[in-house]
Design a protein around this ligand. Sequence first.
Ligand code: GRF
Length: 210
Amino acid sequence: MKRIVILISGRGSNMQALVKSNIAQAEIVAVISNQSDAAGLAWAAEHGLATEALNHRDYEGRDAFDRALMERIDTYQPDLVVLAGFMRILTPAFCMHYAGRLINIHPSLLPAFPGLHTHQRALESGCRVAGCTIHFVTAELDCGPIIAQGVVPVLDGDTAEILAQRVLRIEHQLLPQAVADFVAGNLVIQGNRVNRLEAGITDGLVCLKN
Ligand code: GRF
C-alpha cells in the first residue's frame, strides 16, 4: 500500500476525484489544508478521512509554516504528497524534503502560464488549446518534471470561468491517472523528463474535444 497525503486550500474537487477513483494499492491517509474553512476539508471528514487544518497565518513566516506542515505530514509517513489546489508557494527546503514524492496539479499547459489567472491569460494570448499539467514539484514555482498533461480546446465565446470549467473536467480525469502511475511505480524521472517503465496505465496525455 502506498500512503498518500493530499494538501488543499479550498473546494477540493481534485481531491474528491482522487478519493473517488479508489486507486488500487493506494490509501489516502490524510487531507490537510491551510484554510480551516476549506469546503474540501469538510467533505473529506464526512467521508471518513483524517483531516487537519494548519492556518499559515498562525506562523511567523513561510519557513516556520512549512516546517510545521512537514512535521504534520510526516506523522502520516507518506509515500506521496499531492498538492491538489494548495494555494501556497512552498520553500525550497519543503520541496527538497519531498523530492520525487511531491506532485502538483496546475491549470495550464506548462511551461505556459505558471502562477495565477491561467485561464484569463490563455484567452488573452489567443491560445487555441488550454489544459492542465501534473508535475513533480521542484523549488521553482510550477516547474519540475511533467508527468501528464490534459488538453482542451479554447472555443469562441469562452470566458475565463467557462474555460476553467472545461479544464477542471480534464483535471479530474488526469490527476487520478497520474497518481495511479506513481503508485504502480511506473514513473521514472530522467533529468526534466518523466518516462514510463511500462505503457498501459496512461501515456500521460488526455484530450477533451469539447
Ligand atoms: C484547480 O484548478 C487546480 O488545478 C488549481 O486550483 C484549482 C483547485 O480546484 N491548482 P479544487 O480545489 O481541486 O476544486
